[in-house]
Every structure is written in C-alpha cells, then in structure tokens.
Ligand binder design. Structure first.
Ligand code: ARG
Length: 459
C-alpha cells in the first residue's frame, strides 16, 4: 500500500482495515473528470496569481490532462487502496511530474476540493435527468394528442366517479413532470456557487482569485463564506427531494399501470418486450418494470433520509460523516435515471384498450352528477336534484339497469322536469364534451392543456 500523503505526522502505517473503512475511492472514483476539471481551474488560478510559476502551472495542467485521457481510455486504473479520488489523482500527478506535482495542492484542501467536485458532478447529472424527464413529458403529450376522445372513468377513492379521457389523465402527469423540471432547474441554480478557495475551512493566506476559478468552472460566483463553503450539503438534500418527487410521480403512475394491466381493469396491455413471465404460471404477463419503479421509490426516499440524518447535528465545518453524502445522492441519481429511461419506451409501446375503458365508463353511474345537473339546468336547486338522482341510482341498482336504460316513466315519477332529452344529457360523450371548464376533460379543454405543456416544453 502506498504511503499516505499525510504520513509526516504519523509513526505507523495505517491499519489495512481502517484504510478500507476510510477509503471512498470505490464510490467517489466516478468523479475523476470533475476532480481534474476543478484542479485544472485551481492550477490556472495559482499560475495567474503568481502563487506558483506559470511553467509549473502549465506542466500541472498538462499532467492532469494526461491523467484524464489515461483514465478515460482505461490505460490508468483507479487504485482501490487509495484513500479517495482526490488523493489518487494528486499522487499520480506527482508520480508523473515529480516535485512540480506537489505544488498543485497549494492553498487548497480536500474539503473545498470535494465540495466543488460534487457540485460539478451533480450539475451534469441534473442536466441529464432534466433531459430525460423532458423526454418523458414530450412522450406523454404526444400520447395525449391521440386520446382526447378516449373516454375512461375518473376515480375518487378508487370508485368510479365522473368521466374523463385518457388524454386528460395523461396530461395530469405531464403537469407533475413539468413541475419536476422546474424544481431541477431551481436546485441547479441555487447549487451553482463555487466553494473552491474556502480551503480547509478558514480560507487562505495566499492572494487567490476566487472569482477566476468560479468563472472557469462555470459557477455564478464564489460562495460568500468559507465555513459554509466546505460544510454545505443542502444542494444534495434539495436534489434528493426533487428526485423523490419525480419518483413519487412515477410511482403513482406505475401503480395505475399495474392496475390497468390486471384482468379486473384491462385498460392497457404492455408490449411483450416490456413485460415478464412467471416461472410456473404459463398464462402470466407481469408488469415488473412498474413494480420495480414503485419499489425503487422507497429506496430514493431512503437516500433522502440518509442525507438529512447524516447532516443533522453536524458541527461546522467539515466532518468525515459528510463522506456518506455521495453514496446516497449517487444512488438516488442512478436510480431515477434508470427508472425514467425504462419507463419511456414502456409507456410509449403500451397498447391502450379504448373499448375496455369505454365499457368501464359505462358502468358505475359516472353520469349521475350530469343527471343532477340536468335538473339544475331546468331550475331545481342542486341539493334536491342530487337527492332525486340518488334515488334513481338506487332504483337502477335494484332493477339491474343503468341511468341510460331506465324508462322515462321512472324518471317522470320523480319529477315532471324530466323529459326525453335526459338521455342525451347523460350520454357519456355529452358528459365529457360538456366538461369544458378550464382544466377539465372535454377534448376542447384538454387541447388547451396540451398547448400549455407544449409551450413550456418548447415543442
Ligand atoms: N473523501 C472525503 C469526502 O468524501 C474527501 C474530503 C476529506 N477531507 C478530510 N479532511 N479528511 O468527504
């Protein structure tokens, strides 16, 4: 095992078990690009400010670029016994450049280094997740356009309630995902301040230029306080919150798809490439993807609790507890990407069984509100109309009829306000078409929603 960089203070080598326990390279190794990017900015600034010579700065930058391309190409493998990615790259630089490499860490600590690395890393990840969620929203908008006339039952308490359309239902999710996109942008904006130059915790005695490193790395500005610079992990929590909400939306949608795939509903059928079979029951076609998404939501929420619990009660400034941030937030990021990536082709290849949706909408008296509204429009107070309709529904249940098949005489027995036109008023197509209030399910109202979403998605 290589000597530790901090070996000077110690008279013994670190115990192997402790080194394995302490080491984070197994999970922070994935930040090697961002670590090098941060170091290049730091070395540039050190050279420009005359803290190290220009020649040394250029040599260091060159050396770092060499390490980057060697790791990228697989020529250089990460050493699993290294303490972390920061130490590994610095040690490799010194191996390549000798004394010059040892100058890189002037006026810097791993505490501001790791804080900058995670921000750079997550900034890229947020962009990727943003693109994926956007793609999902676009997919759903495209599907919605095909289904503005596809009538299905809308539910409350999982009881058939009032008629909606499949497009209306899909658009509800689109608006959730649009808010998720905004939340990601918001986190990204607040996170985009540069901790580099905070040093270990108390800044530095060198005459550094923090604005320059912040600019080189694409940050809005340097973080204003060095203690905060090395201690802040709010952005990990905020991002995990945003990710938990994406998963919550995906999970609710997944639960519906699971129900819709059942024989009890049969509203949709998954493409064979996006479903799985059973090892014993030959007839089975299982919606595993959606169940896994529902399950992984718990895991992403767990990551959020890990972060909050890790930070709670931590004194300023850096504490090693904070090394635990990475596995949690990386796990959340990885799983959200995986879920969205799998969900998109699954939903876009899913067969929508319109007839079954329509048949389900025809049962369960989901036009009862419309029947009451018919009487209200003829002058009856709503509460009275509600009561009469309730009685009619009870009669239908007793006689095994629907409101559509109940004879006019039975209607008229309740009130003379009923006439033949009641059948037109409670017809499902009419019920949907007339629900044209802003945000409602009528094809006309849903088309407005589609336009709003398209504008926001820039499509
Ligand atoms: N691997 C460490 C982490 O992820 C890097 C910072 C170490 N700093 C320290 N003072 N030991 O947090």
């Amino acid at each position: 095992m290589a000597d530790m960089m901090w070996a000077g203070r110690f008279s013994k080598k670190i115990d192997d078990t402790v080194n394995a326990f302490n080491s984070s390279i197994a999970f922070d190794g994935r930040m090697y690009r961002h670590d090098i990017q941060g170091s290049i900015a730091h070395a540039t600034m050190l050279g420009d400010c005359g803290i190290i010579t220009k020649e040394d700065s250029l040599q260091i930058i060159d050396g770092l670029k060499g390490i980057l391309s060697d790791i990228d190409s697989g020529k250089l493998e990460l050493d699993p016994s290294a303490e972390d990615i920061h130490m590994f790259i610095e040690a490799e630089l010194t191996k390549r450049l000798g004394d010059v490499g040892k100058r890189l860490h002037t006026s810097r600590s791993r505490n501001d280094q790791v804080a900058v690395d995670i921000r750079l890393y997550l900034r890229d990840e947020i962009q990727e997740i943003h693109d994926l969620v956007k793609k999902l929203a676009v997919t759903l908008v495209n599907m919605a356009e095909q289904h503005t006339e596809t009538i299905m039952p809308g539910y409350t308490h999982l009881q058939r309630a009032q008629p909606v359309t499949f497009a209306h239902h899909l658009m509800a999710y689109v608006f959730m995902f649009l808010r998720d996109l905004e939340r990601l942008q918001d986190v990204s904006k607040r996170m985009n301040y540069c901790p580099l130059g905070s040093g270990a915790l108390a800044g530095t005695t060198y005459c550094t230029n923090r604005k320059q490193t912040a600019e080189l790395l694409g940050f809005t500005a340097p973080m204003a306080n060095s203690l905060d610079g090395v201690s802040d992990r709010d952005f990990c929590v905020e991002l995990n919150c945003a990710l938990s909400l994406i998963m919550t939306h995906l999970s609710r949608f997944s639960e519906e798809i699971i129900m819709w795939c059942s024989w009890e509903f049969k509203f949709v059928e998954l493409d064979d490439a996006f479903a799985t079979g059973s090892s014993i029951m030959p007839q089975k076609k299982n919606p595993d993807i959606t169940e896994l998404i529902r399950g992984k939501t718990g895991r992403v929420n767990g990551d959020l609790i890990t972060l909050l619990s890790m930070l709670k009660g931590l004194p300023l400034a850096y504490n090693k507890d904070m090394q635990e941030d990475k596995e949690a937030i990386f796990d959340a990021v990885d799983n959200v990407k995986l879920c969205v990536k799998t969900f998109i082709p699954m939903i876009s290849t899913m067969k929508v069984l319109k007839e079954n949706m329509r048949n389900a909408a025809a049962r369960g008296f989901i036009n009862a509100t419309d029947c009451a509204d018919y009487l209200v429009k003829k002058g009856m107070p709503f509460r009275d109309a509600y009561k009469i309709t309730g009685t009619l529904v009870a009669q239908c249940i007793e006689k095994g009829l629907t409101l559509e098949t109940l004879p006019l005489d039975d209607y008229k027995a309740m009130t003379e306000l009923f006439d033949n036109d009641v059948y037109q008023a409670i017809n499902l197509e009419t019920c949907v078409r007339e629900r044209k209030s802003e945000g409602g399910p009528s094809p006309e109202a849903v088309k407005v929603q589609i336009e709003i979403a398209k504008k926001s998605l820039d499509i």
